[in-house]
Structure formats: structure tokens, C-alpha cells
Design a protein around this ligand. Structure first.
Ligand code: ARG
Length: 559
């Protein structure tokens, strides 16, 4: 439609500009799409009403049932048969690729997400980062961007000195191998308890970290062991979630790359001494200084991020580097990006912090563990187990129940994370999250499975499809939703907001259920009607599948 307008208007307008102007009228009597002409009045030196009238007269009719001018608007009533045919053939021809494009061709994107800390639990906040990052990665690759996924592991810092002390004093090696993170957390907590009584322990910790930084073999071996054991646990979670990375270059990766950064900051005259520490002043930007070297000479989190950004630019030549990290680190990233800018890195503007909110639980029981830590595996397993209970109630004879429960239960958790604007806090509520009705993962997965069951029942009916048979309001509305899939992905990428696609799949499932409730599909006399409706079901399933997949959620054929 935008193309038709572009061809017929007297001005030189970009397609994207036209697309941005096109509106969906509030009432169907006003057409399926409307094009307002106010903005063009100045340019064309004509009144909007005249522009609308002239445009209406010129537009070719074949694609539209009717084109009207109403004051400053041109209202388009699309020819339902032609429109539906175009949309559905498009969906079915492109299949798993429907919705994709090559708009991102030749653009390199770095997406950093998950980034848990070694020897610490992978918590609900890391899952927030993981689901957003994974879906951003999937949608951007789907649109042709060349993406690199980085897990910026928290595997360096003074805490490893403390952990080494704790390991030597209190570690139960048997437990460590059975349940690494829990044992490492136990001894870490114990270290802090003991250090309250005996402050010398802290000094001992510092010493061991120094030895680790200096490459002393005993410390390095222990650190490696903690890292390996932790990664093994993290990878279990990634396998459950179906998440992967191209690089696990975490904080430790930058230990030998920081001196150069500090030198460069110094050479540019930005390095200032403050209470023994080396800092970059950011008061002009209303921010506290960015500390790059502590008074004891140790580098810190920010220094490693400066080195990481520079390394990534050099290695991946990114057009965007996206950091999916909680909003509690907003200041940190503003400091890092501003420092890069001061260092003369003009690409600092393409570093983007995609922040997210907090996670809370309606069900208190889950969050009462020591230190308020929720083990993610427990959360995911609980979701799977509850889903299994629901399946046992609703559909006890289902085949592969456990597998289905896995996909639906885990899908439900991911869906909850991706359902709203990422900056909004989320409150987990089991009943709401696992409900088959309402705006949930299981609801969308169930809609897909319902569609597939219809197709299975219908068997193999062939013939030429007469799309003009799909003329009811519900059928046409559904086709319109299917047509909007790609726009919703592009919009989600533009705003780095996966929820736009999550909302989209909810709306597609809703439109499908309206259609399903209003019309018979299998029990219809007219074979042409039946064939056309089945085609609509098939296309809907394809779009739901593609939509869920780019959110990182698997579909199930039966549930
Ligand atoms: N490991 C950090 C945490 O758990 C997140 C790392 C964020 N990424 C970064 N480049 N600083 O809070």
C-alpha cells in the first residue's frame, strides 16, 4: 500500500516515511488503513483535503475494494480476497523464514547477556538478562544482522582471593563436586561470617588475590577449578533454556589488556589522582568519577569494561554493542561509555545499555532461601513440575508428557520475562504464569497445538485454494495480524524490546481463537471454504511458531 501511495503522490517521499504515517482507523467502517495528508500540505502547497482527493483518484483499484477520501484522510478498504491470498501464500511459501529479511546485512552486532558470576548462583536477574539477550539475538539474526553473543562472565575480582582462603579452610570436596555452586556459596558466606570475628581473614584474601593476579600456580589452579565447576552448572541451565554463546570472554579475559587502557587514558590527560586512586572525572556530566585503579593498585569492574569495549570494537567491528544488564548498573554504564567518549572513541555512542527491572515473587516461599537467592534450576524445575500436574489433570493420556511439560513450563517462564517493557519489574505468580488462558506462554503454545490438531484431524485435503472464501470479519482480521509479523519484529529490534513480539504472538493467538470460536473449520459442507480455512490455520501455526521461536520458546505439536 505504501508503494501505491509513493507512486501516486506528487512528492518525493521515502517508503519508510509513508509507512510511518499510515494509520489503522478506529472503526472498520473507516477502512482498513488510512493515510493522513496534513503533513504534506506545506510541501505540496495544497490543502490536505485536496491532496487526499487527488490521491484517491489516482490510486489503482485492483488491490483495493474501495478507496475513499474523507476530509484530509484517504481511507483504504483492501480487497479481502486478494489481500488474504497474498498474505497466506507468502507465509506458507516462506515457512520458517516468514518474517525474516536482510535489513541487517553487513551490520555486526554484539549482544552481551546472561553474564553470571563464577562461584555464585545463577539467579533470577541473570535469567532476565538471558531471555532478553537471547531473543534480541534471535530476532536480529532473523533480520539478517551478523550477531556475536557474548557471556561476560564475572570471573575476576577480589572475591576470588576470599574464596581461595575459604576453600583451604572449610571446603567439603565431596560436596564441591556434587553440588559446586551450593558448596562454593556456603564457604563464601562462611568466610564473611568468620571475617567479622577475625578481620585478618580479609587481609589473607587480598594476599591470595594478589597472588592470583601475579599468576601464582596454586591460586590459578584453584580459580580454574572454581570456574570450570561453575560453568558446568551454568551450562546445564543454558541447555534447559536452549541458549548458547559465541564467546565466554568474561572479566578475567581482560586482565592483560587493562594496562594499555590506563596508559591511553593517562596519555590523553584524563587520569586524575583522587585519595590514592586513579580516576576519570565526570563531574561535567553530573556523574561521580569513573575509578580505573584502586588505591591498592587493583583494577576494577569499570576498567575491565573499558578494556572489553575497546577489544570488542577491534575484534568485531560492531555497529552496535548491546549490554543486557539490570538497570541497577545504569550509572556504571553511563560512566564507562562517557569515559570512552572522552578517550576519543566516537563509536562509544553505539554502545547501548538495554536495562531491565527487578524480579519479585508473589509466592514468598520461593524467595526465602538464605541470602534471598533463588536457584534458577529450582525455579525452572518447579515450573516444569507444575505444568506436568496441569497436563495430568487436563490431558492425562498425552504422549511424551514430560517433554511437553519441559517445553511449556520453561516457555512459560521465558514468556513471563518477555511479556512487558523490560524496564518494568516483574512479579512471578505461578497461577497466572501457567494458566492456559490469559496472556501467557501456555496460552500461545496451546493455540498452536490446537491449530495443529485441527490440521491433523482434517487429514490430507488437496485442491486449489479459493481465498475469496475467507471474507468474514474474523478471518480477515486474522490475516491482517499475520501480515504484521515482520513489522513487529523490526519494531522490537528498533527499540530493543522483545515484548513487542511477545504482545504480537498474544494478539495473533487471540485473533486465531476468535476465528476458531466463530467458525467451523472441519465440519463445513463447502469444500472450498474448508480448504481455505485450513490454509488460514496452517499459516497461523507457522507464524505462531516463528514468533515463539524468536522469543526462544519451543512449540509443542500436542498438549
Ligand atoms: N556479572 C555481572 C552481574 O552479575 C553482570 C555483568 C554485566 N556486564 C558488563 N559488561 N559489566 O551483575
Amino acid at each position: 500500500m505504501a508503494e501505491e501511495i509513493q507512486k501516486n503522490i506528487d512528492a518525493d517521499l521515502q517508503l519508510d516515511f509513508i509507512k510511518g504515517l499510515i494509520e489503522i482507523p478506529p472503526k472498520p467502517e473507516m477502512g482498513d488503513y488510512a493515510f493522513p495528508c496534513f503533513q504534506l500540505a506545506k510541501n505540496l502547497k495544497k490543502s490536505p483535503n485536496i491532496i487526499a482527493q487527488e490521491l484517491k483518484d489516482k490510486i489503482k483499484r485492483n488491490y483495493f475494494e474501495k478507496v475513499e477520501d474523507k476530509g484530509p484522510y484517504v481511507n483504504f478498504f483492501v480487497d479481502k480476497g486478494t489481500f488474504t491470498k497474498d498474505v497466506l501464500t507468502n507465509v506458507l511459501e516462506q515457512g520458517d523464514k516468514y518474517g525474516s529479511s536482510s535489513v541487517g546485512r553487513d551490520k555486526n552486532i554484539v549482544v552481551e547477556y546472561s553474564s553470571p558470576n563464577i562461584a555464585k548462583p545463577f539467579h533470577v536477574g541473570h535469567l532476565f538478562s538471558t531471555s532478553i539477550g537471547n531473543s534480541l539475538y534471535k530476532m536480529m539474526s532473523f533480520e539478517g544482522y551478523n550477531c556475536t553473543r557474548i557471556n561476560h562472565l564475572g570471573d575476576w575480582g577480589t572475591q576470588f582471593g576470599k574464596l581461595i582462603v575459604a576453600y583451604k579452610k572449610w571446603c567439603n570436596v565431596h560436596e564441591l563436586h556434587k553440588n559446586p555452586i551450593k558448596e562454593l556459596l556456603r564457604i563464601y558466606v562462611k568466610f564473611h561470617e568468620e571475617a567479622e570475628k577475625d578481620p585478618d581473614l580479609n587481609e589473607e584474601g587480598r594476599l591470595h588475590f594478589k597472588r592470583l593476579e601475579d599468576g601464582c600456580s596454586e591460586e590459578v589452579e584453584l580459580w580454574k577449578k572454581f570456574k570450570e565447576l561453575s560453568l558446568r552448572e551454568f551450562k546445564k541451565v543454558y541447555t534447559l533454556l536452549g541458549v548458547d554463546f559465541d564467546s565466554y570472554a568474561g572479566e578475567s579475559f581482560y586482565t592483560d589488556k587493562m594496562d594499555a587502557v590506563i596508559d591511553e587514558i593517562d596519555k590523553k590527560g584524563l587520569l586524575v589522582e583522587s585519595n590514592g586512586a586513579k580516576v576519570v572525572m565526570l563531574d561535567k556530566y553530573n556523574m561521580p568519577p569513573c575509578i580505573v585503579k584502586k588505591s591498592d593498585g587493583a583494577t576494577i569492574y569499570a576498567t575491565r569494561d573499558l578494556a572489553a569495549a575497546i577489544y570488542r570494537k577491534k575484534t568485531y567491528n560492531f555497529s552496535k554493542c548491546i549490554y543486557v544488564v539490570g538497570m541497577d548498573q545504569s550509572l556504571h554504564f553511563r560512566q564507562v561509555f562517557t569515559t570512552l567518549k572522552l578517550m576519543g572513541k566516537d563509536w562509544a555512542d553505539s554502545c547501548i545499555h538495554a536495562g531491565f527491572g527487578l524480579v519479585r515473587f508473589a509466592d514468598k516461599k520461593l524467595s526465602t532461601r538464605k541470602g534471598d537467592v533463588i536457584f534458577l534450576e529450582d525455579l525452572l524445575n518447579k515450573s516444569v513440575q507444575r505444568t506436568l500436574e496441569i497436563i495430568n489433570e487436563k490431558n492425562p493420556n498425552l504422549e511424551n508428557k514430560l517433554q511437553v511439560a519441559q517445553k511449556v513450563g520453561i516457555g512459560a517462564v521465558i514468556f513471563t520475562y518477555l511479556k512487558n517493557n523490560r524496564e518494568r519489574d516483574i512479579v512471578f505468580d505461578w497461577n497466572e504464569m501457567l494458566s492456559f488462558e490469559g496472556e501467557t506462554g501456555p496460552y500461545v503454545q496451546y493455540s498452536y497445538a490446537r491449530g495443529k490438531s485441527i490440521l491433523r484431524k482434517a487429514g490430507n485435503i488437496t485442491g486449489t485454494v479459493d481465498y475469496s472464501k475467507l471474507k468474514s470479519k474474523e478471518e480477515f482480521e486474522l490475516a491482517k495480524v499475520l501480515n504484521n509479523f515482520r513489522d513487529s519484529i523490526l519494531n522490537a529490534i528498533d527499540k530493543l524490546e522483545p515484548f513487542i513480539v511477545t504482545r504480537y504472538v498474544i494478539n495473533a493467538a487471540k485473533a486465531f481463537n476468535k476465528f476458531y470460536n466463530a467458525h467451523n473449520i472441519i465440519n463445513v459442507e463447502d469444500k472450498d471454504v474448508k480448504l481455505a480455512r485450513l490454509q488460514l490455520v496452517r499459516a497461523t501455526c507457522q507464524v505462531l511458531k516463528n514468533g515463539l521461536n524468536i522469543l526462544g520458546i519451543d512449540v509443542v505439536e500436542k498438549m
